[in-house]
Design a protein around this ligand. Structure first.
Ligand code: ADP
Length: 512
């Protein structure tokens, strides 16, 4: 048996013609009608020589040629390029570096050239690699040239766009991948050509691609598809499909991968912004509810007092009482408005965050000193226990002192005469913990998780006549400030036995 020759050409007539000649002269012939079939044939059995047409649809000849050369199994097989059209671009063809070149021409002439080429290969004639046999008989075909120009143009466009575009045949095997696709997958095109599309992005994305393709095939009858999202190497990709020919599905389709990482990030930013806006809106609504209710009460009291004062019949003593009442309510109004403004500012994230070296112990002692007079009046013993050394923190000192004042103020407010309050600083690993323990009235369990809500105050039990001053905003402010510093705040309590408010502040600097 003679040598085995693989003939690759999409023009069936040409294949038969060449095969005829070769068989007549004792060669064994294997035929492939496109690039993909050529790759399959090479997988099955290696030929001694390959005759390869250079212009073919799907995978064109020069890519098949590069595949043959890059594959160690096939690299040694002599390839004869058969060209029917590219007379004007002989330089390009010769530059491929094949073992021989034959131009398509009339039967007699062609047969002579093919046999001569095989002879030259046998002889190892170097000349074969430097000329195209029969080129003088090639008729330039302008139409084909134009088509080739269009093809080159399309390839350039495909290689310029940022989306990865992958073309597959009717059996979903990869025919071509554009530049963006090769960069995205970081794989050479020749490694990808002929492989199944679902393997393109590696085994972990096989299932997603498989699903996406199945959905496309099922609903693709022209209906607009929704892009499937995919996370690939830290990027977010949108996967889309398009038929090469809607009416002829066997021609395969294009898969487009669009990098939407930036878009996804923008959407995430917008969604965070939206959450913030919603929060601000909630604060605003609560504020309005509050204004209509809590602000109304002291204002009514002040207005009533003033009205009575304007009546000439009011005596000196009553005048004093009315003025005192007005002042008390004005104070309350002032506190309310300050608290509301504070909270609104913190909650809206508009608080000017300051971070400076902060000495927890000094601040706690300072707070105890400032409220010393109230403790003295109520005969409440306030003790401060701190470790030998406490590392300085980075915090907004004024805000944290405001928290300490609120918590100690509450402890004094809700602890009856003669009680005890213990303030403790503890160094616990990555954070500093501050505790405010009082022997006061305590908080009923069912209210414990609500006292940090805005305007929430534990209802005073019936029969208790002592009305306790307050806005119900102090603990919300404490919570907002502590959390803004990366810490936590919570309360433990037993009704009638006292409460402990704990807060933590991280030692590590929380960026301002
Ligand atoms: P207020 O201005 O009413 O004190 P806060 O937000 O500071 O507002 O507190 C909310 C509610 O939590 C208080 O009204 C009170 O019912 C309860 N509370 C806070 N601290 C204590 C405490 N040390 N002992 C008992 N109850 C407390």
């Amino acid at each position: 048996m003679g040598k085995r020759i693989l003939v690759v050409d999409n023009d069936r007539l040409c294949v038969e013609f060449l095969a005829d000649i070769l068989i007549q002269h004792g060669y064994e012939v294997c035929k492939a009608y496109d690039g993909m079939e050529a790759l399959e044939a090479l997988e099955k059995r290696l030929p001694d020589v390959i005759f390869l047409d250079i212009v073919m649809p799907k995978i064109d000849g020069d890519r098949v040629f590069r595949y043959i050369r890059s594959n160690p199994k096939t690299a040694h097989i002599p390839v004869v390029i058969v060209s029917g059209t590219l007379a004007e671009e002989m330089g390009d063809i010769l530059a491929l570096g094949a073992e021989g070149y034959v131009a398509k021409s009339q039967r007699g002439e062609f047969q002579k050239n093919v046999l001569k080429m095989l002879e030259r290969l046998d002889d190892g004639d170097e000349e074969a690699t430097r000329e195209v046999l029969g080129v003088e008989n090639l008729v330039p075909r302008h139409k084909v040239k134009e088509l080739l120009a269009i093809r080159r143009f399309l390839r350039t466009v495909l290689d310029t766009i940022p989306e990865a575009v992958v073309e597959v045949d009717g059996r979903q095997r990869i025919l071509s991948v554009n530049r963006a696709g090769l960069e995205m997958t970081a794989r050479p095109e020749l490694e990808l050509i002929g492989s199944p599309l679902i393997d393109l992005l590696g085994p972990e994305h096989r299932a997603t691609l498989d699903d996406a393709i199945a959905t496309f095939l099922k609903f693709a009858a022209g209906s607009p598809q929704e892009a499937v999202s995919l996370r690939y190497g830290g990027r977010v990709l949108h996967v889309l499909f398009t038929w090469v020919n809607v009416n002829e599905h066997t021609q395969g389709f294009f898969m487009t991968l669009r990098d939407v990482t930036d878009l996804a990030r923008k959407i995430e930013e917008l969604s965070q912004l939206n959450t913030r806006l919603q929060r601000m809106d909630r604060v605003r609504t609560e504020l309005l509810t509050m204004v209509s209710h809590d602000l109304h009460t002291p204002l009514t009291a002040i207005k009533g007092a003033l009205q009575m004062l304007l009546q000439e019949t009011v005596g000196v003593e009553l005048s004093r009482e009315l003025l005192a009442l007005a002042q008390k309510n004005a104070d309350r109004l002032f506190r309310l408005v300050s608290d509301i403004l504070d909270l609104a500012r913190i909650e809206a994230g508009g608080l000017q965050r300051r971070r400076e070296p902060f000495d927890v112990v000094a601040a706690l002692r300072g707070t105890a000193d400032r409220l010393h007079r109230i403790a003295l009046e109520k005969e409440i013993a306030v003790t401060v226990t701190v470790p030998d050394t406490v590392p300085p923190l980075s915090a907004d000192g004024m805000r944290i002192e405001q928290v300490f004042t609120n918590l100690l103020g509450n402890a004094l407010k809700f602890t009856p005469r003669g009680g005890q309050i213990a303030l403790t600083v503890k160094d616990v690993g990555a954070e500093i913990r501050v505790e405010f323990r009082d022997s006061g009235v305590g908080i009923p369990a069912e209210h414990l998780d609500r006292i940090f809500d805005r305007f929430y105050r534990v209802p005073v039990p019936a029969g208790t006549d002592a009305e306790v001053e307050g806005t119900g905003l102090g603990l919300s402010i404490c919570k907002a400030v502590v959390e803004d510093h990366g810490g936590r705040i919570w309360a433990e309590s037993q009704l009638g036995r006292g409460s402990t408010f704990c807060l933590t502040l991280p030692k590590a600097v929380v960026p301002a």
